[in-house]
Design a protein around this ligand. Structure first.
Ligand code: FE2
Length: 187
């Protein structure tokens, strides 16, 4: 395993392999990371960054990293403090349509501290996150949306933001599925 991915796994474990997250969040993150590994062969030069981001995308939920209260920003800021590559910080900051929720929370300026780089790497991370349920099961994006609405309540910022981001997330998922089919990767 590449050094970057091993490092990412270690950082993720430090923040999320805790009793608070043992039953759900940590299971989700491990499954997202495993899914990214399965996509590796179709990711060319992006593979290590995507696998690292898969491990790290939710570290901002850790109580000790809570600052803005929006986990993509809090996680990306921690990665920057740790000296992580700016592309990796940007992948974490902007994962799964974070821009929409940042806008609803009045945190668009803070999110803009990080670069958003559309492309196959970003698509792959979004695919892995948005087709993995909160306890690690593989789900369709439609099922993920239903679960998020149920968990937070329909009027909450999170489901509203995901709904706004849905076309972009669906496009990422479709792109990954298309590339995987062409590369003969079994999702
Ligand atoms: Fe996630």
């Amino acid at each position: 395993m590449d050094d970057l991915v091993a490092w990412a796994g270690t950082v993720a474990r430090r923040y999320l392999a805790t009793p608070e997250f043992a039953e759900r969040r940590w299971q989700h993150v491990q499954a997202v990371a495993a899914k990214a590994v399965r996509l590796r062969s179709g990711l060319n030069g992006y593979a290590d960054l995507v696998c690292a981001a898969a491990w790290l995308h939710d570290i901002g939920y850790a109580p000790q990293l809570r600052d803005t209260g929006f986990h993509p920003i809090d996680g990306a800021r921690e990665l920057r403090r740790l000296g992580a590559d700016e592309t990796l910080c940007g992948l974490v900051a902007h994962h799964s349509g974070a821009r929409h929720e940042a806008r609803l929370r009045g945190l668009a300026t803070e999110l803009d501290e990080f670069r958003d780089e559309p492309g196959p790497g970003r698509d792959a991370l979004w695919y892995c996150d948005m087709t993995t349920g909160p306890a690690g099961a593989t789900v369709s994006f439609a099922e993920r949306l239903v679960e998020i609405r149920h968990r937070y309540g329909i009027d909450h910022t999170v489901p509203q933001a995901i709904a706004a981001a849905s076309p972009e997330i669906q496009a990422a998922i479709t792109a990954v599925e298309h590339c995987a089919a062409e590369a003969g990767v079994c999702l």
